[in-house]
Write a protein of this length. Structure first.
Length: 221
């Protein structure tokens, strides 16, 4: 089908606001699809989720969180054992090492509790801005930025909001386009929309609420 929106130009901030309002209606209270019961479990799950689906992470953590109950359990874990326990997620060898190191820091430096600031979270091995944003938003409703994963990267490009490839630069561009009141919602909404509608292969443009304002609508069908 021909892209009916090709050539449409408008102020990017106005475009971003229209996108945000549409996403807010569709996903009024977006939540992560990772399964967790406490702050430690969320942090570990998000660390495992890099380049791995939430479905796979949930399969791994179902058993993992029965074995490792505290930060100390992870901190004193044998590296080879933890690597085996999280086998199934991509890059599990490196992730296991970073989880152990991060757990030691949380236990020893932060008294067994995750810090509640971006700067302190970024001190933890395996925690970049994406992970820190998810933790802050999900656990304490603290919004210091926008979560940027593969789904957000893809949707931002298709919507003409950012052509950057680097996650930090994409986040900076999106933060400049969206009013701060939208940051929390757009993070979760884009992740869910990318997972279920604006898919990497065969995006389902026909049922997308953004099809009338998306410059890429129907181009990949």
């Amino acid at each position: 089908m021909k892209n009916i929106n090709k050539g449409i130009k408008k102020d990017l901030r106005q475009h971003a606001a229209e996108v945000a309002e549409a996403m807010k209606k569709l996903y009024p209270k977006p939540k992560t699809e990772l399964v967790y019961a406490n702050e430690m479990q969320l942090a570990i799950a998000v660390m495992l989720s890099a380049q791995t689906t939430d479905k796979k992470v949930n399969e791994i953590t179902a058993a993992l969180f029965k074995k490792y109950l505290t930060w100390d359990d992870f901190a004193i874990a044998s590296l080879p054992t933890l690597q085996r326990d999280i086998r199934g997620v991509n890059f599990h060898l490196g992730k296991a090492s970073r989880i152990i190191k991060a757990s030691v820091i949380v236990r020893d430096k932060f008294g067994g509790h995750l810090p509640r600031t971006m700067d302190e979270l970024l001190l933890l091995p395996g925690v970049a801005r994406k992970t820190a944003n998810v933790i802050l938003q999900e656990l304490w409703d603290i919004t210091e930025g926008i979560v940027v994963d593969t789904h957000v990267t893809r949707i931002s490009s298709r919507l003409g909001l950012s052509n950057e490839k680097n996650a930090v630069k994409i986040e900076q561009e999106l933060m400049s386009l969206f009013d701060k009141k939208y940051w929390r919602g757009i993070s979760g909404a884009f992740v869910l929309h990318g997972r279920h509608v604006c898919k990497a292969r065969k995006p389902e443009c026909e049922k997308c609420v953004l099809k009338d304002i998306c410059p890429s609508a129907f181009l990949e069908n």
